[in-house]
Design a protein around this ligand. Structure first.
Ligand code: MG
Length: 354
């Protein structure tokens, strides 16, 4: 089988409301779909989603680089995953959004060739799991109101965005715990917004509200700071922006800088390196979560398949497709009461033709 063509198409997603985190406010979302075609009529669909302040990828950037990488993989067997990733990595450093787009499409092809859903291609530990839902930054009382609404919709795990104002972060958690009761799992994400001392202060304060883990308390480059926080507080520290690649994961392992690593396909350049990050983490006795950027159901179904496939990936933050109006993508994962269920159809189980 040979790759014959790689097509890209921008997809505009409309947010239900603006989304605020410590790194900025997101008003609308552009993402990009890719279609990798083969000489046997099988094709794969992938997605590259930008998050400028995390990955450095803009949508136009992802489109140009995907087109460039697309030309390099034409003529190759789409099942030669190792070879194709090396071609992409040798052609251009970073650019993980474009690499993820192609990677997801290649796995979609692999699933269709095997006649197996992607979660089975990747390991097949399970076909469903709980996802959290994110509460963006607003006033503490607005956040508590939204938290209650999400719990009423069936979500059992909340991820509370923080990192702009330590006092308000603590107040938001207090009010949220008060409004949702004691059986809802809470974690926080500071998106690099605190100093080490602020992180220690907030994390000690929110311990009484049963916060399980805090994601990326300090800037991505401060691996030593993350390790220091772990020594001082009992809440788990999760590395997100600090870990893009398997190499970053090793650095975190060596420095004892995290209890959990958050894999995102748009940081790792897709499932192939994502599996490697999970393998490193598992061997180091670190659990993983899979998170997402503002992605459509295409990339979310790929990420969700990785969660379902692996025993060591115990947490999921696969909620972004719920923030946007439905762009009419048929198939892929389904969600019911905060539980994501993967389809049994081959590959992603999504059929879009363009
Ligand atoms: Mg995060």
């Amino acid at each position: 089988m040979k790759i014959t063509n790689v097509k890209v198409e921008k997809l505009q997603l409309e947010l239900h409301k603006p989304f605020k985190i410590a790194l900025g406010v997101i008003e609308h979302v552009d993402t990009m779909l890719v279609k990798v075609e083969t000489d046997e009529g099988v094709y794969g669909i992938g997605e590259g989603a930008p998050m400028e302040f995390v990955t450095g990828d803009s949508i136009d950037h992802i489109k140009i680089v995907t087109e460039m990488l697309g030309k390099l993989i034409i003529g190759h067997d789409p099942l030669n995953m190792e070879k194709l990733h090396n071609i992409m990595d040798n052609a251009i450093a970073r650019n993980t959004g474009a690499k993820a787009a192609i990677d997801i499409a290649l796995y979609d092809i692999k699933g269709k060739v095997m006649g197996a859903p992607l979660y089975k291609v990747l390991g097949g530990n399970s076909n469903k799991f709980d996802t959290d839902i994110t509460i963006g930054i607003a006033t503490p009382s607005e956040m508590a109101k939204e938290a209650k609404e999400r719990v009423d919709q069936g979500f059992k795990i909340l991820k509370i965005k923080a990192g702009l104002n330590p006092e308000e972060d603590i107040e938001a958690v207090r009010l949220i715990r008060d409004s949702v009761g004691k059986n809802i799992r809470l974690r926080m994400d500071a998106n690099q917004g605190w100093s080490v001392s602020e992180a220690v202060k907030v994390m000690k304060a929110v311990q009484e509200y049963g916060v399980e883990a805090v994601e990326q308390p300090v800037p991505y480059w401060d691996i030593e700071g993350m390790a220091l926080i772990r020594e001082k507080v009992d809440i788990m520290v999760m590395a997100d922006e600090s870990v893009f690649s398997p190499i970053d994961a090793i650095r975190v392992v060596r420095k004892n800088a995290a209890d959990v690593i958050n894999i995102k396909l748009m940081k790792s350049g897709g499932l192939y390196r994502g599996e490697q990050i999970n393998a490193i983490s598992e061997a180091a006795h670190i659990k993983c979560m899979v998170g997402c950027m503002l992605e459509s159901k295409v990339a979310i179904t790929a990420g969700a398949s990785l969660v379902a496939a692996k025993k060591n990936i115990t947490e999921a933050d696969m909620d972004s497709f719920l923030y946007t109006k439905d762009p009419g993508i048929k198939g892929g994962l389904t969600i019911e009461n905060g539980v994501i269920i993967l389809p049994e159809t081959p590959g992603l189980g999504i059929d879009i033709d363009f």
